[in-house]
Design a protein around this ligand. Structure first.
Ligand SMILES: Cc1ncc(COP(=O)(O)O)c(C=O)c1O
Length: 395
């Protein structure tokens, strides 16, 4: 059967691929420790599940408006006011099937074939593939652990061409956990405004900033920047609701109106029951958010020093999200247990096969020489995983 050129150029998500392989090995009875997952390991809080059951009992099982139920859009707008001091009308919100779908909606609304979007590497795996799916060109700019994964503003300026339509920021970042400084965010916003570019701000990890750090959205940098910014967020990471598939985008009314039209033709509304669960998440008790954050911080504070003890592993402490992104380049171009290891993919394969730990190679995120380890797993698993990693690397 014919396959379109569009489909041919897309690679499957390597993070999901790694997690699937690890799950398969587990099914075969192998005791795999998974550092590859991109979702909180906590159950969805009870009051959120109860709201879904109530929604079903109340008959909320039919189509809703394509862009989401009014109550949820209102709650999202209110949460922006309460949490970030940003005023949005509910009509500026489109509720989607997860943050991933919100991003896809944005590219479909913003990008014409040949248009360029500046992104920062290491980047979340779906950015490049989604932009390519709509015929756009992702333009990655490298950042490194040595510089806390902060971009160089001169490089951003130099990357702008007459085809650039947007700059994408993801703070806190998957995979590096980096949080952009105020100076960097303001510098990016200035370049965007000077060149008439949109700022796409993926803030899906905004509640996972450690040590009391405050989230900064570019939209908080003044009205003009807010007008140029489209925010992506959702309940997946904040409330441990990855499977419910509720995310959203918030931006200028006219842009969101176009997104609504696309969504109404492509998917219709996101799941009605999950929307009521998301409403309960946003309007119900918020202690669960702080409790999960505290546990993530404890794990990070165990994991980073433990990794730093392993020869050839350089690891900075991520200020946000639930990933560490250690530089393992010292182990590339070497032999481990008689096997030649030349790149991060071979290293990740070796670690899965030999040590039964699943990680994601840095190359999947556009950053060769690194591995991504998620700390969305128990402290016991982290301890065992680190011991296995140490043994596998120091043979
Ligand atoms: C940076 C980033 N953005 C967006 C998403 C999408 O999350 P979801 O579609 O579950 O809302 C993810 C999920 O891994 C992510 O890591």
């Amino acid at each position: 059967m014919k396959i379109s050129q569009r489909a041919e150029q897309i690679t499957p998500s390597p993070t999901i691929g790694m997690a699937t392989r690890a799950k398969q090995m587990k099914r075969e009875g192998i005791d795999v420790i998974s550092f590859a997952v991109g979702e909180p390991d906590f159950p969805t809080p009870d009051h959120i599940c109860a709201a879904a059951q109530q929604a079903m009992a109340a008959g909320h099982t039919k189509y809703t408006p394509a862009a989401g139920i009014p109550e949820l859009k209102e709650a999202i707008a209110q949460s922006m006011q309460q949490q970030l001091g940003l005023t949005y009308e509910p009509g500026q919100v489109c509720v989607c099937n997860g943050g991933k779908h919100a991003l896809m909606n944005i590219w479909q609304t913003l990008v014409d074939p040949g248009d360029e979007v500046i992104i920062f590497a290491p980047y979340w795996v779906s950015y490049t593939e989604q932009i390519k799916l709509v015929g756009g060109r992702p333009v990655p700019l490298m950042t490194t652990g040595a510089n806390d994964f902060q971009p160089d503003l001169d490089e951003v300026q130099a990357a702008v061409t007459d085809r650039t339509v947007a700059i994408l920021v993801n703070s806190p970042s998957n995979p590096s956990g980096a949080v952009f400084s105020h100076e960097i965010m303001a510098g990016i916003a200035e370049i965007a405004l000077d060149n008439g570019l949109a700022i796409i701000s993926d803030e899906i990890y905004k509640h996972l900033i450690y040590g009391g750090g405050q989230h900064l959205s570019p939209a908080m940098l003044g009205d003009e920047v807010k007008q140029a910014t489209i925010i992506v967020d959702g309940v997946s990471k904040t409330y441990s609701m990855t499977g419910w598939r509720i995310g959203w985008l918030i931006g200028p009314q006219d842009f969101v109106g176009k997104v609504n039209s696309i969504q109404s033709q492509q998917t219709s509304n996101p799941n009605s029951i999950a929307q009521y669960a998301a409403l309960a998440a946003l309007t119900g008790p918020q202690d669960c958010v702080g409790q999960m954050r505290e546990q993530f911080q404890q794990r990070r504070d165990y994991l980073v020093p433990a990794l730093q003890q392993i020869p050839g592993v350089q690891c900075t402490s991520p200020p946000g999200a639930f990933y560490v992104f250690p530089d393992v380049s010292a182990h590339l171009g070497t032999e481990l247990a008689g096997q030649r290891i030349d790149n991060s993919l071979q290293l990740a394969d070796y670690l899965l096969a030999e040590a039964h730990i699943s990680t994601v190679p840095g190359s999947a995120f556009g950053a060769e020489g690194y591995l991504r380890l998620s700390f969305a797993c128990s402290l016991d698993d982290l301890r065992e995983g680190v011991a296995r990693l140490q043994q596998a690397l120091v043979t």
